[in-house]
Design a binder for this molecule. Structure first.
Ligand code: ITT
Length: 208
């Protein structure tokens, strides 16, 4: 897309941590993101889907249909093996609605208080959906493995980052820089796939 005017996609999220990561991942692609909130979209339908994909499509599809523009969203979650894969798609509501990130982490650590380190394995999963007003949809998935520490470490990132020690980095995502996290994270991996897709013919319906 060299030389072409930048395209603006709507970023359908209310999570400011995700906004930073999406913006960094799409730098240099010719695609600029407009926050849904800045276009007057301050709410999305409730996330009632059973899968990340359904929920991501719920957000991106709703923004695309309401605003008449291409929209992108991610639905993501933390899957803890000792909790049978929970909280998963319910990660944002784990422990009840309206908790802060810190309170949600405290709830997670409490649920894991008797679980020894070798059994504290977990992964983050992200499904990114791009939706056009025409109904065209493209989907990308990324995963990243780690363990849940006994207490928080680091000040960066968002959500469960302070207690998720990345297997790739050897530190928590809250101790890593944005670039380090992006290089190995679930969302970074899904968005790397999207960048590769942008250069090919399948992306055309989303670039008009
Ligand atoms: P939007 O729906 O508005 O995008 P959200 O925070 O509700 O924002 P999700 O429904 O995808 O997003 O919920 C995923 C939750 O999983 C999120 O709130 C975090 O608690 C957690 N999570 C997802 N990705 C994460 C990451 O990179 N680091 C830490 N926690 C993450």
């Amino acid at each position: 897309m060299t030389g072409a005017a930048p395209l603006r996609w709507v970023l359908a999220t209310l999570n400011s941590g995700k906004v930073r990561e999406f913006a960094a991942a799409l730098e240099g692609t010719g695609i600029r993101l407009a926050a849904a909130g800045d276009l007057g979209l301050e709410r999305f339908p409730p996330e009632t889907g059973a899968t990340y994909e359904e929920n991501a499509l719920g957000k991106a599809g709703y923004a695309a249909a309401t605003l008449g523009r291409v929209a992108i969203a991610d639905d993501s979650g933390l899957e803890v093996d000792a909790l049978g894969g929970a909280p998963g798609v319910r990660s944002a509501r784990f422990g009840g609605p309206g908790l802060t990130d810190g309170e949600r982490i405290a709830h997670l650590l409490d649920r894991l208080k008797h679980v020894p380190m070798p059994q504290r394995t977990a992964r983050f999963v992200s499904v990114v959906v791009v939706a056009a007003p025409s109904g065209a949809v493209a989907t990308f998935e990324g995963r990243t493995e780690g363990v849940i520490l006994h207490g928080p470490r680091g000040d960066d990132g968002f959500g469960y980052d302070p207690v998720f020690r990345s297997l790739d980095l050897g530190v928590t995502f809250a101790e890593a820089t944005l670039a380090e996290k992006q290089g190995v994270s679930h969302r970074g991996r899904a968005l790397a796939e999207l960048r590769a897709w942008l250069a090919g013919p399948d992306a055309e319906p989303f670039l008009g």
